[in-house]
Ligand binder design. Structure first.
Ligand SMILES: Cc1cc2nc3c(=O)[nH]c(=O)nc-3n(C[C@H](O)[C@H](O)[C@H](O)COP(=O)(O)OP(=O)(O)OC[C@H]3O[C@@H](n4cnc5c(N)ncnc54)[C@H](O)[C@@H]3O)c2cc1C
Length: 393
């Protein structure tokens, strides 16, 4: 038997919702409580991923309004996001494969089983995480870690299958933060597997997430043994679960007729640059289908992106960017903002006469760092004297 998830308040992509989220940031409460599922996390990630704001802008604003400093835990977490993008910038599509050799001798399945997708593993921390994901498009960091750890180490599913699935359902799905976090949990981008048990869940989550008496209610030694051998956790699967919302390769939106006056300046607005900055030309929202065929999104995510895009553009184009750009050759300028997202990146680089750099707080380092701590110490050593200035203030 299946039940539908109960509707719950989700994220709005309006400027007012973003402003409210920024106003609610509490730097010291964040440091004290961020590991708890009901802690004072910012829930800014959907806005950051889709470029309604960015780490550089947030840093500057929170320094001024909330006395955020580089020593604060929130600054450090912002740093993680920039680190993952630093790795993506240097390694490109290599982030979609194991960055380091996986745990030796383990064979991982390549598809995500139905009991996980349908929230009926019988492990409350996993089933509640999947339910929350489908309802809201958002998950607390700790719940993401539990989910990834369970999928990879206790069910022996390759991290890539879990990462692609989670990416599509998250409103904040970001290829670098998501796929590299999965790799960090899997130990292909870290030195050891990340593991959790029922005691850890009980410490950080409310009762309905607790897993006492289930197979996860065991010692770290047992979990480590399962992770490093071709073993799986005993199953406690239930029969009733949730329908997984569909992941869609294209939005339900038909193309408007695009009539562009000769000599117009045009800005191509893509899904990762939804900041409503003033522009004295025509703004065309672009959905470049080759990317989405590779990485589909939930309807919830399409709604989040398209409602914002509609509010800030003159028209939206859905299709092949190459076809659109062939019809824009009479524009006096074709502009956009650079993105690392594949397929978009190639098409924008090929057609645009000008690309603004992706906004970053820390200046891009010429040599890739192997670890976050190396990245953080290099960036913070120079940031006090020379933070990056390649972004809108
Ligand atoms: C398996 C897994 C998958 C993840 N997938 C994504 C993803 O697709 N998109 C995404 O933005 N983050 C991802 N994260 C990182 C992190 O979980 C989210 O950024 C965070 O939970 C977003 O919620 P928040 O805005 O309330 O975060 P807060 O804790 O309030 O942090 C503020 C901001 O700092 C950044 N940040 C915080 N923690 C991290 C982190 N560990 N890694 C990178 N950036 C961080 C984010 O931009 C976040 O919005 C993933 C983590 C794991 C373990």
């Amino acid at each position: 038997m299946f039940t539908e998830p109960t509707p719950s308040a989700s994220f709005s992509s309006s400027s007012q919702a973003l402003e409210a989220a920024i106003a609610a940031v509490d730097v010291s409460a964040y440091a004290r409580s961020r590991n708890h599922l009901d802690g004072r996390v910012t829930r800014l990630s959907p806005y950051i991923t889709h470029g309604l704001t960015n780490i550089a802008q947030l840093f500057l604003r929170l320094q001024k309004e909330k006395q955020l400093s580089l020593q604060d835990k929130l600054a450090f977490e912002f740093g993680w996001r920039e680190f993952f993008h630093h790795v993506w910038h240097h390694h490109g599509d290599a982030i979609f494969s194991d960055m380091r050799t996986a745990l030796p001798g383990i064979r991982y399945a390549t598809t995500l089983p139905a009991d996980i997708r349908e929230a009926r593993t019988g492990i409350a921390a996993i089933d509640r995480a999947v339910e929350t994901l489908y309802q809201t498009g958002y998950l607390h960091n700790h719940a993401r870690m539990w989910l990834a750890s369970y999928v990879v180490h206790l069910r022996k599913i390759h991290w890539r299958a879990g990462a692609d699935w989670l990416y599509g359902h998250l409103l904040d799905g970001d290829l670098a933060s998501n796929h590299l976090s999965w790799q960090w949990v899997a130990a292909t981008f870290s030195n050891k597997p990340y593991l959790f048990n029922a005691e850890n869940v009980a410490k950080f989550a409310s009762e309905k997430w607790h897993c006492a008496g289930t197979p996860i209610d065991t010692s770290y030694e047992t979990l480590e043994h399962i992770a490093r051998n071709q073993l799986e956790l005993a199953r406690s699967t239930t029969t009733s679960g949730l329908h997984e919302p569909a992941l869609l390769h294209a939005p339900k939106l038909s193309n408007a007729l695009i009539q562009v006056p000769a000599g117009a300046r045009i800005k191509l607005i893509h899904p990762w640059m939804l900041e409503d900055a003033p522009y004295d030309g025509l703004r065309i929202g672009c959905i470049h289908l080759p990317f989405h065929e590779r990485f589909p999104w939930s309807q919830q995510r399409w709604d989040f992106v398209l409602s914002r895009m509609q509010s800030m553009t003159d028209m939206i184009y859905v299709g092949e960017l190459n076809d659109l750009c062939k019809n824009l050759t009479h524009a006096s300028a074709l502009e956009s903002v650079a993105t690392l997202n594949p397929e978009y990146q190639e098409a924008l680089t090929r057609h645009c006469s000008h690309l603004d750099p992706t906004p970053l707080y820390f200046a891009e380092l010429p040599v890739p760092c192997r670890s976050f701590s190396a990245f953080w110490s290099k960036c913070t050593a120079s940031a006090s004297t020379a933070p990056n200035r390649n972004w809108h203030q």
